[in-house]
Design a protein around this ligand. Sequence first.
Ligand code: BTN
Length: 261
Amino acid sequence: MALLELHSIIKQLKAKNIQLEIFQELASTNSYVKKFFGQSKIHVCLAESQTAGRGRFNRQWHSPFGQNIYLSMLYPFQKKMISLSGLSLVIAVSICQLLEERFGIHHKIDVKWPNDIMCHGKKLAGILIEAQATMPGCCDVIIGVGLNINMTENNKMTIPWTSLKKETGKDYDRNIIVASLIDKLCDDMHAFNHKGLQPFLSEFQKRDVLKGNIIQIKSNENEIQGICHGINEQGELMLELSNGEIKAFFSGDVSIKSHNQ
Ligand code: BTN
């Protein structure tokens, strides 16, 4: 099993001025990089394993040693927190494009709004975003990415999951993927900082697994069912309710109730 190597990653990186750290074990890479809030620098932290890896809604993110990528990037935005709407979609699209274009993963990789990367209905990667306002008009965002790479067995997982190895049968050098993931995220975060969600909308729409299906969204303890009409310009999920009203959601936990034939 090849481990993550700081110098190998730094040598491959195009992006400069990035602080990079690798740990054998951390509670959570997202929790760790919080200590760099307010420093106005891109800081990336990776761990070979996490003992308290976190997902959305306080779910656990299983993080066995040496098999997958557990990465957190602290990115300083010249934007207010309110303008971050759609960021998780940009990150998800960015990761899909990287896997398809750079690593030739031709299996269909989709995005389940707002932050799940899916392959044939199984979860391949998850994104956890945490933000804090810094100066007026600016905020620091922690982009946490858990990407399943060489893991083929895990009896602790409670959801349908997959990994690059399960999909392609190949073993991957995580150093190569990490270096290109950092570069891709830096490019796309720069674009999002200046242009927002708009340039990424059509790429998201190609990969939207929810559109056209009957879905259920759990938001603020309410469960609402309806037909999904994709997303609006702000990245909010559009749901047609039983009375015909279209309601927009900016966050929530979604499940598909029935697929459009
Ligand atoms: C989700 O699908 O709910 C998001 C999962 C995010 C997991 C990653 S692994 C690296 C980073 N550190 C964490 O504790 N969580 C994120």
